[in-house]
Write a protein that binds this ligand. Structure first.
Ligand SMILES: Cc1cc2nc3c(=O)[nH]c(=O)nc-3n(C[C@H](O)[C@H](O)[C@H](O)COP(=O)(O)O)c2cc1C
Length: 265
């Protein structure tokens, strides 16, 4: 397995000035991705779709994707090395919450659902997020332990799509991450029966206050809360190209190796 730089996702900071509104120059190989040339261009796309009081003209909303193509020779030997390189570039471009990803799950009956969560760890074992195990996604995963992840890094015309089986991270790992969270988030994890119907905002706040009174200092890690790791079997790197001739390069695990295949856009 090739070496890669580990990204510390627990300390991702949202920078105040959105760098994707500026010209961006990327260091290293294969990094030029046609970031928006100016704030002007970014705003003109928005204004085309939003005349106040009228429905947005979604059919007219399109953006030309220009830049250097993504070639097989640009890719790292393994998908995690490639992901961490692209993640660093997404951060450098000032994308807000670059670790925000869509997680798609499905019930055993085939009813899909998707939501945003935050990536909190990534290494050769997979992609980790934390949640309530009794939430809708938690129940889906219990029934059907597979998921698809999507990083929508639109301002730099990139997306990364991941598929794989899902496993729980160890209790120790979950407890260690829980400890690192701010006090309010730890109480919040207890207070929210995630995905259940609640009577009112007041009910939710009263539950939070009662739990904060119960644990004014140390908050134990709930056993219904913890991490899931998506063990990547496929990772696709998508980069927008001219005339919708986008680049799609997919790593696929096959007999202990990573195969790279190009997909039609
Ligand atoms: C930017 C963002 C980050 C989020 N991060 C998380 C997260 O890390 N874990 C989580 O359980 N929910 C997170 N949520 C809330 C989820 O999108 C979702 O509402 C919640 O997990 C319940 O989903 P479910 O009912 O499908 O299980 C986040 C939402 C947003 C918009």
């Amino acid at each position: 397995m090739s070496r890669y730089r580990r990204v510390n996702l627990t300390s991702t900071v949202v920078v105040g000035c959105p760098g994707y509104l500026r010209n961006a120059v990327y260091p290293g190989r294969g990094c030029c991705v046609g970031v928006l040339s100016s704030a002007q261009e970014y705003r003109s796309v928005d204004s085309a779709s939003h005349t106040e009081g009228s429905a947005p003209d979604l059919a007219a909303l399109r953006r030309a994707y220009e830049g250097r193509p993504l070639l097989e020779s640009d890719l790292a030997a393994d998908p995690i090395a490639q992901f961490t390189a692209w993640f660093a570039e997404a951060e450098a471009a000032g994308i807000p919450e670059p670790n925000a990803m869509i997680v798609a799950t499905s019930s055993l009956g085939g009813r899909p659902s998707a939501r945003t969560v935050l990536l909190k760890d990534v290494d050769a074992r997979g992609f980790v997020f934390y949640t309530n195990y009794e939430s809708r996604k938690g129940r889906d995963i219990a029934e059907n332990p597979r998921a698809s992840l999507l990083f929508p890094w639109h301002p730099i015309r990139r997306q990364v799509r991941i598929e794989g089986r899902v496993v729980r991270v160890s209790r120790e790992e979950s407890a260690a991450y829980f400890e690192s969270r701010p006090y309010g988030s730890r109480i919040g994890a207890w207070a929210s029966r995630q995905s259940a119907v609640v009577g009112s905002r007041e009910d939710l706040d009263a539950r939070y206050a009662a739990l904060a009174a119960r644990w004014p200092d140390d908050v134990p890690a709930p056993d219904f809360w913890g991490g899931f790791r998506v063990v990547h079997a496929e990772v696709e790197f998508w980069q927008g190209g001219v005339d919708r001739m986008h680049d799609r390069l997919r790593y696929r695990a096959s007999e202990g190796q990573w195969l790279v295949e190009r997909l039609a856009p």
